[in-house]
Design a protein around this ligand. Structure first.
Ligand SMILES: [Ca+2]
Length: 406
């Protein structure tokens, strides 16, 4: 009886302290000075862009949906997550969303030299800095993302949680529990006037060897989607549409220093797409999948820049150490096989199907062991189930992230 009373008193006091969020989780991440440090130059460049955006209407570094309903009190949207690491000092902020109304937080999907991050930029109360940041690593993706049409996505909700104090709270859908977990809350007067948005934004410099922005190579083959955009009006969630927002005709990629970048309106105005180069088609097989054979010294390694957060290393340097992808499903004929890999030096890989003759493909340095690049080969596959082996009889192969068969 005494224990029961104690328990009841304890739960009562917990309820008193946190009545609104007791049933919800909190998204892990860094706040305060640790968040600022983690975001690094990605945040510095972001701030520069935003100041330029306010001062110069002709600066075409962003495209997407702009909201025009200042009475709205929230935004929900589903956004792509890529396993992309940027190079050359470039940053990609896409999608980045500042809800309509006097929202305090801009929810930014940021691609940086240390991998993909999601942050809340705090625009209220004179703070104007990173409020919270989380690495969108394998652990994050396992909880806060799902796959739609073959693409990994997260879903955000940000809405006003106190009218008198102008408090806004951002949430992420926890796909393990089906609940909204709190990401960050901020209160105060909004510091930047004007438009609100869900758009694609870059900070880029031209790579002299390609004539295009560095990000253009980093994102080659990538698709970035913003979809299911809903705005909250009078307590109801309604689709972003031409009555509450605008979505300009897609600009050319060359305006973003990336001629192979194409923008499209998937559905006006609640879905837009950015595509760099040809869309990735085919089926993706992770190197670290448990169905594979890791022979000899070949071993799984966690990698922040890799798809699924892992690669397989120590492939090659003799015939005993190889990676074999089992259960490759195909139709009979020749197939394009794209090998995603990471390597700090120039190497090569021998790729073969069903223990047949190997084709050797050069795999130049990607600039780091957590930076993923890709090469392609052509293999003849049989109808039904096949194996693809990655090896190198004479030297080390690069670390293998995944293989896409199309
Ligand atoms: Ca992988």
């Amino acid at each position: 009886m005494r224990a029961w009373i104690l328990l009841a008193a304890l739960s009562l006091s917990l309820v008193d302290v946190t009545p609104a969020v007791a049933a919800q989780g909190v998204v892990p991440g860094l706040t305060g000075s640790a968040a600022v440090r983690s975001a690094g130059d990605a945040a510095v460049r972001f701030r520069e862009l935003t100041e330029a955006r306010i001062a110069r209407a002709d600066l075409h570094t962003a495209w997407g949906t702009f909201f025009n309903d200042t009475a709205s009190t929230g935004l929900r949207a589903t956004h792509t997550v890529l396993n992309v690491t940027t190079t050359g000092g470039d940053y990609v902020y896409a999608p980045t969303a500042l809800p309509p109304g006097n929202a305090c937080l801009e929810m930014t999907t940021a691609y940086t030299p240390s991998g993909p991050k999601l942050w809340a930029w705090d625009w209220c109360g004179g703070r104007d800095t990173i409020g919270k940041v989380v690495d969108m690593d394998a652990a994050f993706q396992a909880t806060y993302t799902t796959v739609v049409d073959g693409r990994r996505v997260y879903t955000m909700d940000e809405h006003r949680t106190s009218t008198t104090a102008n408090t806004w709270t951002a949430y992420l859908m926890n796909y393990r529990t089906g609940a909204w977990d709190v990401f960050y809350t901020s209160t105060g007067t909004k510091d930047i006037p004007g438009s609100t948005w869900d758009f694609f934004e870059i900070y880029t410099t031209v790579n002299p060897s390609t004539g295009a922005g560095y990000f253009c190579r980093d994102l080659q083959g990538a698709t970035i989607d913003a979809s299911n955009m809903l705005v909250q009006q009078n307590g109801n969630w309604v689709p972003a549409s031409p009555t509450n927002s605008s979505l300009a005709s897609p600009p050319s990629g060359s305006r973003f220093d990336c001629p192979s970048l194409t923008f499209s309106v998937v559905h006006a105005n609640d879905a837009w797409r950015a595509q760099v180069g040809q869309a990735q088609t085919g089926t993706s097989y992770e190197a670290e999948a448990t169905a594979n054979t890791l022979a000899g010294q070949a071993v799984r390694r966690n990698s922040s820049g890799a798809s699924g957060g892992a690669v397989v290393g120590y492939v090659g340097n003799g015939t005993a150490n190889y990676l074999q992808l089992n259960n490759i499903t195909a139709t009979a004929g020749t197939h394009r096989v794209t090998i995603y890999y990471a390597s700090g030096e120039n190497r090569s890989v021998a790729v073969s199907a069903d223990n047949g003759t190997a084709t050797t493909v050069s795999t130049p340095s990607t600039g780091g062991w957590d930076t993923v690049g890709s090469v392609t080969a052509t293999l003849t596959l049989a109808a039904g189930t096949n194996t693809i082996r990655l090896a190198n009889p004479s030297g080390w192969a690069p670390d293998i992230d995944r293989v896409v068969v199309s």
